[in-house]
Write a protein of this length. Sequence first.
Lengths: 331, 286
Amino acid sequence: MKDTNRTSKTLLILAVLASIILPLFVKARFMQHILVMVVLYAVLGQAWNILGGYVGLVSIGQAAFFGLGSYVSSYLQVEYGINPWIGFALAGVITAVFGFLVGLPVTRLRGRYFAIATIALGQVMKVLFENWQRVGAATGLMLPLVKEGLGTLQFHTSKLPYYYIGLAMLGIIILFMWYMERSRLGYYFKAIRENEDVAAAMGINKTLYKLIAIAISAGITGMCGTFLAQYSLYVEPEYMFNHNISVTIALIAVFGGTGNILGPILGSAILLPISELSRAWMGSTGTGIDMMIYGAFIVLICVYQPQGLMGVVRNIQARARAQVERRGAHV
Amino acid sequence: MYLQLTVGGLLLGCVYGLVAMGLSLIYGVMGIVNFAHGAFVMLAMYASFWLNRFLGLDPVLSSPLIALLMFGFGVLMYHAVIGKVLEGPFLARLLVTFGLSIFLINSAQFLWSPDYRMVENPMFRGIIMLGPVFIERPKLVASIGSLIVAGLIYWFVRKTKTGLAIQAISLDRMAASLMGINIERLNGYAFGLGCACAGAAGAFLAEFYYIFPDVGTMFGLVALVAVALGGFGSTEGALIGAILIGIIETVGGFIVGSEFKYALVFLAYLVIVILRPRGLMGWGAD
């Protein structure tokens, strides 16, 4: 046991070092773009994971929080010249409160009723922002170009700073989830996922903990919205509230495996390059062939890999362990 | 004015009702929320368009043929994809039809370009006056046709032996299988029937609606809301929910502005489902 612990620690350190050092050698802007998207969606996948993987509330409307967050910081910046870092923090707070308020009625729903309610939420938010003149309606908002730097959260010469900011976000959320898994909160979440009626009978305030989960998930997703707004320097409803964002987030979690920390990172690291590359190679033809591949990929994952990559890893581990035990019995 | 709008909503609701019924049937039998249902409607619309273009067949007349084609397509889809995820985890069952929908919509765009098309010289055109109310003839034909097909499906499921077997599966899969019902084959039939509903609705819609790759998405989502409104698993509920939605969409859209009409539909879903977490007539597990 000690041995596996040591190997996994070494692997972890190697992975962290690789994620910090290797991107420095990536010079092509498009490759840098893929790296940024991978960390962004890894964070989004983790935020989804808190709600969907740990509490068991499957959301297909994360774009509602994502878009709201992107608009909070952008509007404050365009209208009042407020620094994006403050907007970043405010986006987190406001979307968390929004998630909490939306959650008050919605967390009463179960299973697919909840999932469809989140789709409905995403669509309603999109329509509202498309028609809200104050925030630019369907045209959206353009962020002012300013001098690049950490203070202004804009970088023009290289995309790598965005990558490192995203990586820092990912690191923080992983640490948070690591502690959450071992805390009372994590156990309450899992208890609600396994059987909320039993959990409630054991004295867990299920409504409260569902609300906490949706608020955390929404807050992080909102901050990711700000991140993408700073990255692309414009926001518009069709882009920020796009239903595909919600589907991709859920898909990453499914592909990687839900209810554990590694799953969404693996999912994002494999899925996002595929989706971005197919878009770059074939998206410009306008024939929709890139999305065809993407759709077929979703179907294939659901049919052949429904337990996610972590499920495969776990199966291999279990088989190896069983083999060791069998050998041990012979001695 | 409001009478006019309500009638319009009612006609629209009947077409939604047929789409929703297929969705509800599929859900009731195999527990799959079919997010690709709108894409099936779109495929049917294209099928009627091409039949019209090359054979000169009017969409309304070709609707039985389209329904049959879509039935076959549905059975095929079931055995190729859906049947394989039925035993899988909740999330895989939920997402697989998303993937299917994205695939089908973009295949349509790939094959037939994103251009808007319309059936030329449809058989039913113009309006008729019924007292103070204008009724567009193609919409009237579409809603009556939808009701007829819905009635046929209802009869099939309630009265024929195959239909009863399908019902038995939706009540208790294990017991049905022990009674010698071939679950795989009948699930395939049920999925095919659901697609046939979408197919017939698509053919009726093709008579007067623009045809483009993304056309089905809203129909599918609205039908989904209708099914959830009526309560998952209840076929009658789906029809009632759909008619309600048709009226909310037209009357409400007139009051708050048509750009908000779908927001209104989704808000109605949120409100009703929050008041009644299993829909108006829903039953069964989550």
